[in-house]
Design a protein around this ligand. Structure first.
Ligand code: CU
Length: 156
């Protein structure tokens, strides 16, 4: 019975170590099971998290996954509401993807699917943490927003 419990614990540890985080192998079980992996750990993968928005529009961003990968097409869907909480139509919308070091221009041009819903495909050209800088223009009005997309997985 004791061996069975130990075996189950070993399997659980192996699953934790094989997760998204290579550094998990070097952690004690306590650290490996701590939420967020503790200080200094690579960021856990997430969907987009909005950190700011300016101008007359309200934004939310969806990339269809909370486990983004690099070097594959990723569909970006931007929801845009007006101050009256109506879907914005007839706007131009782009997302510039950046890291904390120069990566060259990486712009996703979005097309209106229906009022308030704009979509386009982009590629994270490297694993790691990204910032999505949203710019939306309609006539003389312009709105911007910034989203963090953490923990994009290295596939190659
Ligand atoms: Cu990079």
């Amino acid at each position: 019975m004791k061996n069975a419990i130990f075996g189950a614990a070993a399997v659980l540890l192996a699953v934790l170590a094989a997760g998204c985080n290579p550094a998990a192998e070097n952690k004690t079980p306590e650290q490996a099971s701590a939420p967020g992996g503790g200080p200094g750990a690579p960021a856990a993968p997430t969907g987009p998290q909005r950190v700011s928005q300016e101008g007359p529009f309200r934004f939310s961003l969806d990339i269809g996954t909370d486990k983004p990968k690099n070097l594959v097409k990723t569909k970006f869907t931007l929801m845009i509401l007006t101050e009256k909480n109506e879907g914005l139509s007839g706007a131009t919308a782009t997302i510039d993807l950046e890291m904390d070091h120069p990566m060259g221009e990486n712009r996703v041009v979005l097309k209106e699917v229906r009022p308030g819903n704009y979509a386009g495909e982009g590629v994270f050209t490297m694993g790691g943490d990204w910032v999505a800088n949203v710019t939306v223009k309609k006539g003389a009005e312009q709105g911007t927003a910034k989203f963090l997309i953490k923990g994009v997985a290295f596939e190659k």
